[in-house]
Design a protein around this ligand. Structure first.
Ligand code: PGA
Ligand code: ZN
Length: 422
């Protein structure tokens, strides 16, 4: 079987923040169509695939992507429309070769990733399979534990909360549908509690509340209370908490972090996270220290690896080489997986494979700027990583992913739910 692309178009569309992004439409010779919407991050790792923008201040403050659309329809279409592609791997390799730079800066990661995602969809449809069944096998498929980002801070909200994400994770739920229900009920209890305390219940970029709180402890108290009020057990057998401090954004200077008015060095930061872990039902911490703080990552791993999952995002950027290096250096215990950080579906699968081979776990993730494309729901099931973060259980671009997971569960009720067995 091979796949022949007969048409490739792109469009400047909007993401969930109202910023331009790239939409891709691709057709195969059998009439099959594949489409994709490219997500966009706000707290990006410095080694991510380059997100190209027009830089013309007269349009969208420079954020337009017309030049990226033109690249897709001209340079890239010339190369990918016509030949018979034996596999997605071959197409992705050709896209990387055509770009020719290590971080996809010539064509743009946001051009390449849209084509790779749309092609995966079209190839799956041409073979008559759902995307999660079609994607090359990394591990047996399973339904992931959703990590609902119910309180937003950092670069995702205009409050004074330094930590970026406070998530609830129904680890002990009997099914994905029940996990989603728990997330919604806890989100509702949290809204009530915030209202009762006189906080505004406006939302941040990922659909979580963005109250005028400053201390992580205050948020963690509220979350623990909301889990209990909603009637769920707190902890690993019920609903646990996950954090993404996004510590690269807390960096003041080399070796210092600011959290809630305090100035921490790497050692203080690790001790602070250990203290939070002692006091609250935290099961996972992402980017607990900054991307350039190698010593901090080692310290964090030494101190907490036995007790909590330590996920690398900004430092690993879904890059198999960086993941392999972190595994060797004992920096963290898991990799965050974002397709647009590395730029192709094939490289994303390679990143997950590298995680598993070295004993790391993996968590599939959305970006703070999203479209309604639910690609990552299928991806999370396909790679069997058992965990996904896709924002709060609210707002269309977030629930698109959760609704897709519901549909997959309904289609295949025998798929296991929950964390990947170690
Ligand atoms: P971003 O942040 O999508 O804004 O980069 C998400 C994260 O840090 O996990
Ligand atoms: Zn992160």
């Amino acid at each position: 079987m091979s796949y022949r692309i007969t048409a490739l178009r792109a469009l400047e569309i909007l993401d969930s923040r109202g910023r331009p992004t790239v939409g891709v439409h691709l057709e195969l010779d059998d009439g099959t169509v594949g489409e994709a919407g490219v997500p966009s991050g706000a707290s990006r790792g410095s080694r991510e695939a380059v997100e190209r923008r027009d830089g013309d201040p007269r349009r969208f403050g420079g954020d337009g992507v017309r030049s990226v659309v033109a690249t897709v329809e001209d340079d890239i279409a010339d190369a990918v429309v016509g030949p018979a592609w034996p596999s997605l791997e071959d197409l992705d390799a050709a896209l990387c070769a055509l770009d020719g730079t290590p971080d996809k800066e010539r064509l743009g990661g946001n051009a390449i990733v849209g084509i790779s995602m749309a092609a995966a969809r079209a190839f799956a449809a041409a073979d008559g399979l759902p995307l999660y069944r079609w994607l090359p096998r990394v591990s047996p498929p399973r339904l992931p534990v959703p990590h609902f980002n119910v309180v937003n801070g950092g670069r995702h909200a205009r409050n004074r909360l330094d930590f970026q994400e406070f998530m609830v994770a129904p680890l002990g739920a009997p099914s994905f549908a029940e996990a989603l229900r728990a997330g919604v009920e806890i989100y509702g209890c949290l809204r009530e509690a915030l209202g009762r305390l006189g906080f505004a219940t406006g939302l941040g970029d990922e659909g979580g509340f963005a109250p005028a709180l400053q201390a992580p402890e205050d948020v963690l108290d509220l979350l623990t209370e909301a889990i209990t009020t909603a009637g769920y057990e707190v902890g690993p057998d019920g609903v646990a908490i996950a954090l993404d401090p996004a510590a690269s954004e807390l960096r003041e200077d080399v070796g210092t972090y600011h959290v809630n008015g305090s100035h921490f060095d790497s050692v203080d930061m690790v001790e602070y996270l250990a203290y939070l872990t002692d006091r609250y039902p935290i099961w996972s911490i992402e980017d607990g220290v900054a991307q350039d703080d190698a010593k901090g990552w080692e310290l964090l791993t030494e101190r907490l690896a036995g007790r909590v999952q330590l996920v690398g995002d900004d430092n690993l950027v879904t890059n198999a080489d960086l993941i392999a290096q972190a595994i060797r250096r004992r920096q963290g215990t898991a990799g965050l997986i974002k397709v647009n950080q590395v730029g192709t579906v094939t490289e994303t699968l390679q990143a997950v494979r590298t995680c598993y081979l070295g004993g790391f776990d993996a968590m599939v993730s959305h970006r703070s700027g999203e479209t309604t494309d639910p690609f990552i729901a299928d991806l999370a099931v396909a790679v069997g990583c058992g965990q996904i973060k896709a924002g709060a259980p609210a707002r269309g671009e977030r629930v698109a992913k959760y609704n897709r997971l519901l549909a997959i569960e309904a289609e295949e009720p025998d798929l296991p739910y929950g964390r990947r067995p170690r």
